[in-house]
Write a protein that binds this ligand. Structure first.
Ligand SMILES: *[C@@H]1O[C@H](CO)[C@@H](O)[C@H](O)[C@H]1NC(C)=O
Ligand SMILES: *[C@@H]1O[C@H](CO)[C@@H](O)[C@H](O)[C@H]1NC(C)=O
Length: 220
């Protein structure tokens, strides 16, 4: 029972920081999204994580925001107009880890006035550690695997594990012939046999009888 609490605390410890610390970054702070601002200096001392937001703020019509790749960032290649964000308060949720690039596509703001931003987005707290930035092989999906193995170790309902094995063939009849009154191990829980193959009942558990016909049991 205490271990249940521990698991809960562990889960909270893993996820609470990720949620509580999600940050909205106003790009350029008070300067907003504009020409002649050093966005690399602005981003340099910040840690961006999955779940954080970039908010590009500017007078509508004067600038816009394109998400590009590294080549487009370097060369200031402006994508098709219909890919632009133009609201003047453009919010981008950082959904995946890795490097991201944004440029302004108005006139020559990118090429002449360095209106461009690149950030490196890290995994959220509690998931995989920050990958080495030099690794080109970024996993396509942020697999949340590391935290999953915690749960199976806790026997949530230890009294029910052995019940399904004696009579898996007839789960519908509540009054089982294999459960006589004097048997100490047969409580009145007929609902269990409906699901004989539970994922939480792995083989190595010590309470799982390898063979149902145990000679030492008092019934027969
Ligand atoms: C970068 O984006 C441009 C325009 O979408 C595309 O043509 C080019 O193949 C991309 N380059 C890489 C390395 O993905
Ligand atoms: C900008 O958008 C954010 C949501 O992304 C909103 O909370 C905020 O009020 C907006 N600011 C302005 C000035 O519209």
């Amino acid at each position: 029972m205490a271990s249940n609490k521990l698991v809960m605390l562990t889960i909270v410890a893993i996820f609470l920081p990720a949620m509580a610390l999600a940050t909205d970054y106003i790009v350029g702070d008070d300067s907003g999204w504009t020409t002649g601002f050093d966005y690399q200096a602005w981003a340099k001392d910040k840690v961006f994580r999955v779940g954080d937001k970039l908010v590009f703020q500017y007078p509508k019509g004067y600038h816009n925001v394109f998400k590009v790749n590294g080549t487009g960032f370097k060369n200031c290649d402006i994508p098709p107009e219909n890919q632009a964000l133009t609201s003047g308060n453009d919010t981008i949720v950082l959904k995946t880890p890795g490097k991201k690039w944004y440029i302004c596509g108005v006139a020559s703001h990118c090429s002449m006035y360095a209106q461009k931003l690149t950030v490196f987005v890290q995994y959220p707290f509690g998931l995989a550690p920050a990958p080495a930035p030099t690794q080109p092989s970024v996993p396509a999906t942020p697999a949340p695997a590391p935290r999953l193995p915690v749960t199976p170790s806790v026997p949530a309902t230890p009294t029910q594990h052995w019940a399904p094995t004696p009579a898996p063939s007839m789960p519908t009849t509540p009054t089982q012939p294999w459960a006589p009154a004097p048997a100490p191990w047969a409580p009145t829980t007929p609902s269990v046999p409906a699901t004989p193959s539970e994922p939480w009942a792995p083989g190595p558990a010590p309470w799982t009888p390898a063979t149902p016909s145990v000679p030492t049991t008092p019934y027969i």
